[in-house]
Design a protein around this ligand. Structure first.
Ligand SMILES: Nc1ncnc2c1ncn2[C@@H]1O[C@H](COP(=O)(O)OP(=O)(O)OP(=O)(O)O)[C@@H](O)[C@H]1O
Ligand SMILES: [Mg+2]
Length: 427
């Protein structure tokens, strides 16, 4: 279980994500906010040779045609799953610190209730949007009662029949959290479609397929969908592993590149502890420790960090406390100092030992690009040179493949603008 913390442009994707994906023996999941000249383009060709490619690209980062759909409500058929799904929409929109105020909590509960109402009757996610737009609609309350979720129905009924200002405030907040689904081009990726193959997390766990989850960053982006899909895949993989003797073989690799931007799974710290020894390998890639704290809170980030059995810390650690903590973990060594003093009786030399930090905090902050500290369970801290994919012999193949895939993205983007211009001309 890996957590990597390295500054922007320091080789996270080229030195960690891409080499890990290229050597993965089993299924691979990648989250990212970039496509051209990044992990997606560098790995599509190689991964297409071993299994099916599933590209969930609701915001058209790679301008990939919609060739699949995933049932976002599949795990929301029980209350815990519905709440978790609502949580993904909240975390994608607000930081951990403001995710627990009254409006956020109420909106999250409402969203969870609506997801549960839709999922338990196999209604599409677009119904949830319709209910969000008309808070007075009784349908979700009736559906919940029908499905036996009386307590949730009563709670939703309470919100709906409460003071109008409060109700509207809660629904408005919930609408903001779910706003990415308002775009029909986004919602289509997670709505059942008979003409397209369905991505099934349980089948994926034992395949050699690759799931690319691409989204823009920030509120209003489709990152909640990305987080929900990654969460569903990892949970399914754990269940499959438990059913088949405890471990997935070959293991599933889940590279959460840009995790704090596009894959804010709120209970990732807890999930990390479930993934251990199940053959599901998460690699969470962050730009700084603080970025993780913003996303999962201080306690959450500490839990994630300590659950990681392999921690990789690269250049650009600007956080003085974190650098000092690392410096202490690297440890001390004895340094021999010789001092010479001159007195009337002549010269005298004395040798003394003193302990010094092996790597003081300022040296950690100044780690050059390409060098990383490795903190793995059971060994002393090591310093490694990263081997980015473009310096490996296989770059002869991967480089041109990445260039081809990048060119294809540009061509698809161009084809769209031409189509758009035609439309404008004829209109
Ligand atoms: N194909 C390549 N050939 C040579 N150098 C490259 C190549 N790809 C990337 N680099 C170098 O590696 C650096 C880091 O790239 P990479 O995308 O891996 O960093 P990153 O940490 O993932 O960045 P970001 O925070 O933007 O995601 C780039 O600035 C570039 O100088
Ligand atoms: Mg990157």
């Amino acid at each position: 279980m890996i957590v990597a913390i390295m500054a922007p442009r320091s080789g996270k994707t080229s030195g960690l994500a891409i080499p890990a994906i290229l050597s993965a023996p089993g299924p691979v999941l990648l989250t990212s906010n970039k496509a051209a000249n990044d992990a997606f383009t560098a790995t599509v060709d190689a991964r297409a040779e071993v299994g099916t490619l599933w590209v969930l690209d609701p915001q058209q980062i790679a301008h990939h045609p919609r060739e699949m759909w995933w049932d976002i409500l599949a795990d929301a058929r029980d209350l815990a799953g519905a709440k978790r799904l609502a949580g993904h929409f909240v975390s994608a929109s607000v930081d951990e610190s403001s995710g627990s105020d009254f409006w956020s909590t109420a909106a999250s509960n409402t969203l969870g209730a609506l997801f549960l109402a839709a999922a338990s009757h196999r209604r599409p996610i677009t119904d949830v949007l319709a209910w969000l737009a008309t808070p007075a609609d009784r349908t979700p309350v009736d559906l919940l009662t029908d499905a036996g979720h009386d307590a949730v129905a009563a709670q939703l009924q309470g919100t709906v029949s409460g003071a109008t200002e409060t109700r509207d405030g809660i629904f408005e907040t919930a609408r903001q959290y779910a706003s990415c689904l308002l775009d029909p081009d986004v919602a289509a990726w997670v709505t059942p479609n008979e003409d397209l193959p369905e991505f099934k997390p349980f089948a994926f766990a034992t395949s050699r397929d690759t799931l690319y989850l691409l989204s823009k960053d920030g509120g209003g982006s489709a990152s909640a969908i990305i987080a929900a899909a990654a969460d569903a895949v990892m949970r399914a993989a754990v269940i499959v592993a438990e059913r088949s003797g405890g471990r997935l073989d070959p293991p599933a690799l889940c590279v959460l590149d840009e995790a704090a931007n596009v894959c804010r799974i709120s209970d990732l710290p807890d999930l990390y502890s479930h993934l251990g020894s199940r053959g599901v390998i998460p690699m969470t890639i962050l730009q700084s420790y603080r970025q993780g704290q913003r996303c999962w809170g201080e306690a959450g980030m500490d839990a994630l960090y300590s659950a990681a059995t392999v921690k990789i810390i690269g250049s650009g650690i600007d956080d003085a406390d974190f650098a000092d903590r690392l410096s202490r973990q690297v440890g001390d060594h004895d340094v021999q100092t010789t001092s010479v003093s001159t007195s009337e009786g002549g010269k005298s030399t004395s040798v003394s030992m003193r302990t010094e930090r092996i790597l003081p905090p300022d040296a950690i902050r100044a780690l050059p690009k390409g060098k990383v500290l490795l903190l793995a369970t059971g060994i002393r801290v090591a310093m490694l040179n990263l081997k980015p994919w473009y310096k490996e012999p296989s770059a002869k193949v991967v480089g041109p493949a990445s260039a081809r895939a990048t060119k294809a993205i540009t061509e698809r983007a161009l084809a769209k603008t031409i189509g758009h211009d035609d439309f404008e001309l004829s209109a």
